[in-house]
Design a protein around this ligand. Structure first.
Ligand SMILES: Cc1cc2nc3c(=O)[nH]c(=O)nc-3n(C[C@H](O)[C@H](O)[C@H](O)COP(=O)(O)OP(=O)(O)OC[C@H]3O[C@@H](n4cnc5c(N)ncnc54)[C@H](O)[C@@H]3O)c2cc1C
Length: 217
């Protein structure tokens, strides 16, 4: 599975325009399709023409873009709603709709995006944006306004640089990260009446970590 950022940079080098926004975004092409990943005002669905998947029956099928039912950081491939989600369906290829452009100009744009990330996002280990942006505002702004920049449980800290990132400042456990998430959700809910929905997915059994997070509150 190709890395999204490498494909995006390759497109720029070849003079294929409209995919520069994905340079610097971590992860694979398949993950970006499933998440409808996005940056700089663009998201994956803007570029998708068709997507080819292998289903649990082993059959390969090609669908047009509407099949994904994409919206902000959402497709049927990773929907939290079990009635909607398609378990065991794997993206194996995607065809992109791109224009033609000047390779040098596109590469300059790609470098700008990469520099923007270096300037605005923390360098310490993290999972990217923790929360989805609620309609009309930014999760990071709400957390920052709640005075939580730098808030820490164990080795997990709300980044002093960007409040929608939780960084590992040393020895953070998944339970530490969960405790920070639940604390931020609680403070923002209480102060602003807004429910912060996680952008990251929880995989596996979190029962003990949830108990620990409640005790830390
Ligand atoms: C520093 C940092 C910055 C980030 N910045 C951004 C950003 O600007 N914008 C953004 O949208 N995200 C951002 N992210 C989050 C993440 O990089 C993206 O969501 C990315 O698309 C995840 O891709 P992945 O291959 O790692 O998928 P994973 O995290 O491994 O999987 C994500 C979901 O996709 C599913 N999936 C993965 N591959 C496939 C496949 N082939 N077929 C079907 N389903 C699949 C998984 O089952 C899972 O449900 C950032 C993360 C980090 C660490």
């Amino acid at each position: 599975q190709r890395m999204l950022s490498n494909v995006a940079r390759w497109c720029c080098e070849q003079g294929w325009a409209g995919f520069d926004w994905a340079v610097g975004l971590p992860g694979t092409i398949g993950g970006a399709v499933a998440n409808n990943a996005g940056a700089h005002g663009w998201e994956m669905i803007d570029n998708i023409e068709t997507v080819t998947v292998v289903g649990p029956d082993g059959a390969e099928r090609t669908h047009d873009r509407d099949w994904l039912q994409a919206r902000y950081r959402h497709t049927i491939l990773r929907s939290p709603d079990p009635a909607e989600r398609l378990p065991g369906t794997i993206v194996v290829s995607v065809s992109l709709r791109l224009g033609r452009g000047d390779a040098a100009a596109l590469l300059a744009l790609a470098d700008e995006h990469a520099d923007w990330r270096k300037e605005h996002q923390p360098r310490k280990p993290c999972a990217g944006s923790i929360f989805k942006n609620p309609p009309g505002t930014w999760a990071g702004l709400l957390i920052e306004e709640a005075g939580l920049k730098g808030f820490r449980v164990g080795g997990a800290q709300i980044s002093p640089q960007h409040a929608n990132f939780i960084v590992n400042v040393g020895g953070a456990t998944a339970a530490d990260v969960l405790a920070v998430i639940r604390h931020a959700q609680g403070v923002v809910r209480e102060g602003r009446g807004i429910e912060l929905e996680t952008e990251v997915e929880f995989v596996g059994d979190w029962t003990n970590a949830e108990r620990g997070a409640r005790n830390a509150e």
